[in-house]
Design a protein around this ligand. Structure first.
Ligand code: ADP
Length: 392
């Protein structure tokens, strides 16, 4: 057995599970020597929609079968832990946590804060524990990296007693991505995270920005739920909260209808009928004005957050773009930072146009702020955190 592993089963591999409401994504990573090599990965989709996969139990059974077919079965002694992505950790879970019955119960109590996500995460945990009761299982929370956000940025300016009674505050999400990307950005610059102030722009279908000061998160754009902040694929991001009263009182919509509107029928999709930035780009090239306006609204919001977090951090060393849009759309990166030379932010058009799969700089040589494209790897981050917990 490898000398790097000191505890638990003695194994050096981590199975990462991301259990969503209708899919389970998995990756098996080899962590010996901090390698993080991907041994297997896959996704089981359409849970509850097809007869072969009626529930999460069947989905995880399929994951186990797929791994076994590659000689990497769940019964392997090389497995050190299962790392579970859990969306909401509330104020209690600010670190990766070894899962016990009590921890599962505590995650269940957080369901009201994440009704769409935590139940599926919990089901995944329960099924995986039943399959391998002897194996350490670790919960890694999407909210955890944001636990350091100071109260003046985390609290909303509403009555404190009401807020506290209902757990209303900014929690933030995509934390594993913001953690991973902020550290990878420091590495790209040849520095320690503690030396670097970074604005991370995680632009996927969901999107969020964070301000990371010396490796510590000090603000983020998502809030009580993943609805706040940037314009997203199907979510509105920031709006006047009174829009909701107006739609209820004047529009006659129910709370659930407004919830669906803002989460599923807004953002880029609501604005122009497409939520894929590639399609929006194609339509803009053809002179489509609705697609152009959706793009402009998306960019305007992004620029506001870059400005806000520049002020929050005081000194910005790096701006990192990540996730599907951030890693692939040169047009978004260019438009988001256009004309910010007076802040020391300058994107080099040639560097920006180069496609690639590794972390790279796209700022103009000599620019005060490093602008980077940094592919995110949430599974690797979960595996790293889970392995660190069980191997010490
Ligand atoms: P999720 O939030 O679902 O994890 P991703 O980070 O995978 O999302 O991002 C998905 C989004 O990335 C797509 O909806 C699309 O808008 C965008 N995207 C993917 N590839 C490209 C590309 N080549 N150019 C522009 N946008 C892209």
């Amino acid at each position: 057995m490898n000398g790097n592993s000191r505890g638990g089963s003695g194994g050096t591999r981590v199975l990462v599970l991301n259990s969503g409401s209708s899919s389970v994504k998995y990756q098996l990573l080899e962590m010996a020597g901090g390698a993080g090599d991907r041994l297997a990965s896959g996704i089981v989709e359409r849970i509850g929609e097809v007869p072969e996969i009626p529930d999460h139990s069947a989905a995880l059974k399929q994951v186990a079968d797929e791994l076994a077919a590659q000689g990497l079965g769940l019964d392997s002694p090389e497995l050190a832990a299962v790392g579970h992505r859990v969306v909401h950790g509330g104020t209690r879970f600010t670190e990766p946590t070894l899962i016990t019955d009590e921890v599962v119960a505590a995650i269940e109590r957080l369901v009201p804060l994440a009704p769409l996500h935590n139940p599926a995460n919990i089901t995944g945990i329960k099924v995986a524990r039943a399959l391998r009761p002897d194996l350490p299982q670790v919960a890694v929370f999407d909210t955890a990296f944001h636990a350091t956000i100071p109260d003046y940025a985390a609290r909303y300016a509403i009555d404190t007693a009401t807020a506290d009674a209902h757990g209303v505050r900014r929690y933030g999400f995509h934390g594993t991505s913001h953690a991973y990307v902020s550290r990878a950005t420091a590495r790209l610059l040849g520095k320690e995270p503690a030396e670097v102030n970074t604005i991370v722009l995680h632009l996927g279908n969901g999107a969020s920005a964070s301000a990371v000061e010396g490796g510590v998160c000090v603000d983020t754009s998502m809030g009580l739920t993943p609805l706040e902040g940037l314009v997203m694929g199907t979510r509105s991001g920031d709006l006047d909260p009174a829009v909701i009263f107006h739609l209820s009182r004047v529009g006659g919509m129910t709370t659930d209808e407004i919830d669906t509107l803002l989460n599923k029928r807004s953002g880029l999709l609501g604005l122009c009928g497409d939520n894929d930035m590639r399609e929006i780009g194609r339509r803009m090239d053809e002179g489509d004005t609705a697609a152009q306006l959706a793009f402009d609204i998306y960019i305007h919001r992004l620029r506001k957050y870059v400005g806000a977090y520049t002020a929050v951090l005081g000194r910005v060393d790096a701006i990192a773009f990540t996730a599907g849009v951030g890693e692939n759309s040169a047009a978004v990166r260019q438009a988001a930072l256009r004309g910010l030379g007076s802040l020391g932010i300058e994107v080099d058009a040639v560097r920006n146009a180069v496609r690639g799969s590794s972390a790279r700089l796209i700022s103009a040589p000599g620019g005060r702020v490093a602008v980077a494209v940094v592919p995110t790897d949430e599974e690797l981050e979960i595996a790293t955190e889970a392995y660190a917990l069980v191997s010490t």
